[in-house]
Design a binder for this molecule. Structure first.
Ligand code: CA
Length: 464
């Protein structure tokens, strides 16, 4: 096994060199498969036992599993804004889940930032997004095709009902508020279309169609499943795989994850059938940690859940394959971020980044090929403006500021992955170092530029 891996590594290094020997960028394709609210512990490659995910696991088996892979933020909207720009969303005020406001051009991703699709378009990439957008519902300015994507099939809001018969609002612009946005038809480019299938299946088939139609040009595909975000809805086909799970919530959740896994299988198969397997980087990750009580997801052994600055909030299932280039079956333990995906494809494609808007991620290839042996990041940062919370991961240590003015807590993640014991009094120098990193980073950020879901009045509660 060791010998095989060494051979693979040597081969990979060679092919990596060949890719660049001509001086021309390699221009591989990239597919990012992002789940919504999938727990850290809910894929086989992170130890899940009750939900088989053989297809998702095959990405880690053929490629690299990240044991310390972070999303850019612990809730959906800002996490996606970070991933899609390759920059911390706190730099440009996208620090809340946007409200569904089809008439508000400022409720979404600012035009001052570029998406991966906008960065890749000048170097000849064709970009598509399938599934959830959540970066603004104002069609004239925020629709994906106004943001560099050549194709869109999906929904503009932050979640969706899954059964076609429940999708009764034809026109997305007419949906009032969050609940109605879950019941719109999907859109193909700008046109409303009535979905025919269970939404996860529909998105998987659309992804295969995208690959078949675009196999001749470099492409970037963002397959943005809204599963397994609530509402918990699954078809009999998937539910009957989990009759042994007693808890009905967990059973439905398992069925939803299983549907995604089937879809990943279709996509991986299509890559091989279309001769794209070695030309395409495939990434799988979740946009944030599992909201355990809401959808019965699990983040064990991590502490906390979606929205938290604990590890369970934003350390996510994360794996990458590039067959023929990356070594297989490897676990990479240094912290990496979803912000690295933009930097990776930008570097490999030869795309240019605008002046004054440096990416926060790094090209992961030299790290995964063992050419650079140091950690990719000095630190991984998080701020949650509305709660006055911070987290900074640096090496094996992490500080958390639990609230405004609160004393920093320090955790040794190598020995205490579940963040049970604050060791700040034992390592005061570490606290000072990490807190100074935090202050410097925070000085580069702006305040949120739009109100969020949390500011909407809820039934029986006043908005804030
Ligand atoms: Ca999410």
């Amino acid at each position: 096994m060791l010998l095989r891996n060494l051979k693979l590594l040597a081969f990979s290094g060679l092919s990596f060199l060949c890719l660049f020997a001509s001086g021309k960028p390699a221009k591989p394709n990239m597919i990012v498969i992002m789940c919504d609210d999938l727990g850290y512990a809910d894929v086989g490659f992170n130890g899940c036992k009750d939900i088989p995910t053989p297809n998702i696991d095959s990405i880690a088996t053929k490629g690299v599993r990240f044991s310390n892979g972070y999303s850019a933020y612990p809730v959906c909207g800002p996490s996606r804004a970070g991933f899609i720009t390759g920059r911390y969303p706190q730099r440009f005020g996208f620090e809340r889940n946007p409200q569904y406001q089809p008439h508000d051009p400022n409720m979404g991703l600012t035009r001052k930032e570029k998406t991966i699709a906008e960065l890749l378009s000048p170097v000849g990439y064709h970009s598509g997004i399938i599934g959830k957008w959540h970066l603004g519902a104002h069609i004239p300015t925020s629709h994906p095709m106004k943001r560099g994507f050549a194709e869109f099939y999906g929904h503009l809001g932050g979640g969706h009902k899954y059964m076609p018969e429940a999708l009764v609002i034809k026109d997305s612009v007419k949906a009032q508020g969050e609940a109605e946005s879950y019941r719109t038809w999907t859109m193909r480019n700008y046109a409303p279309v009535r979905p025919r299938k269970y939404l996860t299946d529909e998105f998987s088939e659309e992804a295969v169609s995208f690959l078949e139609r675009n196999k001749k040009k470099p492409f970037f595909l963002f397959l943005s499943y809204n599963a397994p975000h609530t509402p918990l809805e699954a078809t009999e086909k998937y539910l009957k795989r989990f009759e042994s799970i007693q808890d009905s919530k967990r059973r439905t959740y398992a069925a939803m994850v299983s549907a995604v896994d089937d879809g990943v299988g279709l996509i991986l198969k299509s890559l091989i059938e279309n001769g794209l397997d070695e030309k395409t980087i495939v990434v799988f990750l979740s946009d944030n940690g599992g909201p355990t009580t809401k959808n019965a997801s699990r983040n064990a052994p991590l502490r906390g859940k979606k929205s938290d600055v604990w590890e369970g909030g934003y350390r996510v299932p994360f794996a990458i394959q590039w067959n023929g280039t990356l070594p297989g079956g490897k676990t990479y333990d240094f912290p990496v971020s979803s912000l690295d995906l933009a930097a990776t494809i930008v570097a490999l494609s030869g795309a240019k980044v605008p002046e004054g808007k440096p990416l926060d991620g790094v090209n992961l290839l030299p790290f995964l090929l063992g050419k650079i042996k140091t950690p990719p990041h000095k630190a991984i940062y998080l701020r949650k403006f509305d709660q006055n919370r911070f987290a900074v991961r640096h090496g094996d240590y992490k500080i958390i500021i639990p609230w405004k003015g609160g004393s920093p807590q320090l955790y040794d993640l190598k020995n205490d992955i579940a963040e049970t014991t604050d060791v700040s009094s034992q390592y005061p120098a570490q606290v000072i170092e990490l807190d100074s990193l935090r202050k410097k980073w925070n000085s580069e950020l702006v305040e949120p530029t739009f109100l969020g879901l949390i500011h909407l009045p809820r039934p029986g509660k006043k908005g804030k």
